[in-house]
Design a protein around this ligand. Sequence first.
Ligand code: ZEM
Length: 294
Amino acid sequence: SGVQAVKVKANFVPTKEDYIKVYNRIADILDVDDYDDGSYGPVLVRLAWHASGTYDKDSKTGGSNYATMRFHPESQHGANAGLNVARDVMEKVKQEFPWISYGDLWTLGGVAAIQEMAGPHIPWRPGRIDGFAAQATPDGRLPDATQGADHLRHIFYRMGFNDQEIVALSGAHALGRCHSSRSGFEGPWTFAPTTLTNDFFKLLFEETWVWKKWSGPKQLEDKKTRSLMMLPTDYVLVQDKSFKKWAKAYADSQDLFFKDFSDVLSRLFELGVPTEQFVSPEPWTMPKVEEQQP
Ligand code: ZEM
């Protein structure tokens, strides 16, 4: 009977193999013909980041645990404009794997997207639980791209990150693009926005950046092709002395960037999750599709 079927499902305890199935499903649906640069990958990374980056280390509120961006008003916060696209993509996966929590699904989506876009492994483990609208944090916890170094430090120190980690995290802007309909800004940071590289840092140093003349918010464009962009907060990474040291190190070594990016992203995606909730004492390495046995 139907009652029995529900009972069987409630007793289901997923293993690492089950999470790999979810990973593979996400990997399957990343590439599309009719969206942006041909991949949902970048916007899925942005969803995982915005779900996690609301964390405040002092009050221990926010972070990826409760996936509160599902609810009004957090879903409508200005910083989250356009992330309905990513939540809709993830919802299709949720229908197929209803046992996974939204927080686990969204962070695993970020991990799968980065790894399948040629990035490093991002150690990850499940354990986030679905929460309620009342657990959402107030608007204003995510960074504002029009601001400077003080603001970046204020926002990221609150999450528990240091200058080196702020710079490493910013390297995610090798991926994706700005949409004037979402943030007001426009354009990609690199020529290969669906492949993770250290090009974001290289371009910051190698190109001449000039203020774009347009009616939109203040952003920079590369003088040579005028097809790439930098946000004011990206540009401070080569203006502030402490940030610049790390930006140069990452421009010089993609290996160093990948190692530091992996470490800091793994931590970012676990912000706000009580340790005892995790099903395993250490994060797992989820194999890329190309690394799995056929
Ligand atoms: Zn972003 N980001 N971000 N970011 N971000 C945008 C897009 C993307 C800032 C920011 O204001 C913006 C991190 C840090 C910071 C991604 C990942 C990560 C956009 C464009 C803006 C305005 C949104 C749009 O119009 O669609 C600021 C100020 C940051 C402070 C340092 C961190 C950390 C990230 C992940 C680790 C990604 C992947 C995108 C591209 C999304 C897409 O749809 O292509």
